[in-house]
Design a protein around this ligand. Structure first.
Ligand SMILES: [Zn+2]
Ligand SMILES: [Zn+2]
Length: 591
């Protein structure tokens, strides 16, 4: 959660609204016992212990009462009292939770502040607006009811929590509600229920997604994209096992520091083997498998590698937090002279990918070492050089960035690519590191032109992140309506009546044998129902065929999300669609 500025007008509004909500609840539930009622990121909440619980129908009634209190312009007045005095008052009102709160604060026995407005008072530090009428009356709404344990502990009573949204203007409130609606509608877990990308089975285990055919198509298309791009970028593909000996992870530093985020080891023939938490150590061993000279560098080793992390079960969420993930990984081993150019190439690779996916809102976050980097690394000079190199590379590439000092990992400067998703949430899409340390730890070396052994600089990069996170991101980004090249089903042929099934079938087979993912809807549904069900599954291309099409050997083409239809010769359509797939075009971007 973001830090809230306690002096901002918005904070005061939200804080004051929490009081007014409690005041309104006491009007309809005079016996209500009050718990906590703080301002939060999007508004405020208040917890109540009630004889008769509130229902959703009570929310508009409470809102109305709140608006009335706002209108009357009650002044918020601060008072300071010592604990006994406050407890006396609270006992009179029978506010047992508040008494407990005061007792918790009683250690240093300083006077406590309370705020009174109209007939209502509450234990509070403030600040608030001056009077209730300072609150813009249309900029809040009561949103939901939820259950919440007193002090967040299951051992305590369950209370009822009322959540409210509050902003400074109606516009901001509306915008927030719209974003929230979109986020819910586009949530990859929700879209998955209709579109069947993956499933998670209790019999297999938590956080271990099983990719269904639809999701697997997307995964494999992404892999194809990465493999082609990396081939052209001079990468060599490698393939490594999913497990590794304990010793290797000690060398990499995963053990003992990250042991709790790893699956427990397997014991075998007197050895301990772990599921790998990262691909790096295996790639380093491939570098080490042969003597290397500067002429072999840069050596770029790429793999879609599967890793395992033991995430807490409470943290698991759809594809976003999983225990098994496959990463678009590569390590670039290079000389210090090559590092800058290699880094620029990696950043340009990100730029190209983002352009392809129509992502415009992205920037980089550069984490640098503390001013005094000595404690991180044995070679402060090398470190300084690396920072200079990375900064220069970033300037050259021209993607906006923000530099943060003191947040670098101990092995070198790090760059995160931050993207803003469709609903405005900022995410780290991928992390890149210039590694000055690990080469030495693994004893990696190459013979330089001076005939001496040198340690290579290593760049870690994974522009498409893990399949799990990236596919979740794309599902939400496209709202399930994928461009043709990524769509699980690319074309559906719809005969307007069963008399044209044969023509539709031959068309379908023709496309299928050209490796287009196509199917025919020869169900007994009416034509309009067929069109509707294709829209529900968000199939990017429909081919409608009837008498004219059959007679002229044509197809009538309709895109997802468009009402337009155009009739083309079969070959013309085939050429267009194959080109679109090959070039990975999203036709919507050109409209
Ligand atoms: Zn307050
Ligand atoms: Zn790595």
């Amino acid at each position: 959660m973001k830090e809230q500025n306690t002096n901002s007008n918005l904070y005061k509004i939200r804080h004051s609204l929490a009081h007014i909500l409690a005041q309104a609840v006491l009007e309809i539930r005079p016996n209500a016992k009050l718990g906590f009622g703080p301002p939060i990121d999007s508004g405020f909440y208040y917890d109540f212990d009630l004889d008769e619980p509130l229902s959703a129908e009570d929310l508009p009634k409470l809102e109305k009462r709140m608006r009335h209190i706002i209108k009357t312009g009650q002044v918020f007045e601060r008072e300071e009292l010592d604990h006994t005095e406050i407890i006396k008052r609270l006992s009179k009102d029978n506010q047992s939770y508040k008494i407990e709160q005061v007792e918790d604060l009683s250690l240093n026995n300083e006077p406590l502040s309370l705020y009174q407005n109209g007939p209502f008072w509450d234990l509070c530090e403030g600040p608030h607006v001056k009077k209730t009428s300072d609150i813009p009356k249309n900029c809040f709404t009561l949103e939901t009811l939820a259950g919440a344990y007193w002090k967040g502990s299951e051992k305590n009573n369950m209370m009822q929590r009322v959540y409210g949204l509050a902003f400074e203007t109606v516009d901001e409130l509306k915008k927030y509600q719209e974003k929230r609606r979109l986020a819910m509608e586009r949530d990859h877990r929700k879209l998955n229920r209709k579109q069947n990308y993956y499933t998670i089975s209790d019999d297999v285990g938590k956080g271990l997604p099983l990719w269904l055919p639809n999701g697997t198509v997307i995964r494999e298309e992404l892999e194809k994209l990465a493999k082609e791009t990396e081939f052209l970028g001079g990468y060599k593909r490698v393939s490594t096992p999913h497990i590794t000996r304990e010793e290797l992870l000690h060398t990499s530093g995963h053990l003992p520091y990250y042991e709790e985020s790893m699956f427990p080891p397997m014991e075998m023939e007197g050895e301990r083997l772990f599921l790998k938490p990262m691909n790096c150590p295996h790639h380093h061993m491939i570098f080490k498998a042969e003597p290397r000279s500067y002429r072999d560098l840069p050596l770029r080793l790429a793999e879609y590698g599967t890793c395992y992390r033991y995430e807490q079960s409470g943290e698991l969420a759809g594809l976003l937090r999983v225990r098994c993930m496959t990463m678009n990984d590569a390590h670039i081993y290079c000389t210090p002279e090559q590092a800058k150019e290699e880094f620029i190439k990696v950043m340009n690779l990100h730029k190209d990918y983002y352009k392809l996916f129509g992502l415009r809102d992205f920037w980089m976050r550069l984490s640098l070492a503390e001013e005094n980097a000595g404690k991180f690394v044995d070679e402060p000079e090398l470190w300084k050089k690396a920072e200079k190199l990375v900064t220069e590379a970033m300037d050259e590439v021209g993607i906006p960035y923000e530099a943060v000092r003191g947040e670098a990992a101990f092995y070198g400067p790090k760059i995160d690519f931050q993207v803003t998703n469709v609903v405005g949430r900022e995410e780290t899409a991928s992390t890149n590191q210039l590694d000055l340390v690990i080469g030495k730890r693994f004893g990696l070396s190459y013979i330089a032109s001076d005939n001496e052994d040198h340690t290579p600089i290593i760049i870690h990069r994974a522009p498409l992140g893990t399949h799990e996170r990236f596919v979740a991101f794309l599902i939400e980004h496209y709202g399930g309506a994928f461009p043709t090249w990524l769509a699980p089903l690319q074309v559906r042929v719809i005969p307007v009546a069963s008399a044209f099934n044969e023509y539709a079938n031959s068309l379908n087979e023709n496309m299928y044998s050209s490796f287009i993912r196509t199917e025919i809807d020869d169900s007994h549904d009416s034509f309009s129902k067929k069109i509707r069900s294709a829209a529900i599954t968000k199939i990017p291309n429909l081919l409608i065929v009837g008498e004219n099409e059959q007679a002229n050997k044509t197809v009538t083409w309709q895109r997802y999300g468009s009402k337009e239809r155009q009739t083309l010769a079969i070959d013309t359509f085939l050429n267009l669609i194959q080109k679109e797939i090959l070039q990975r075009k999203d036709w919507r971007k050109t409209v």
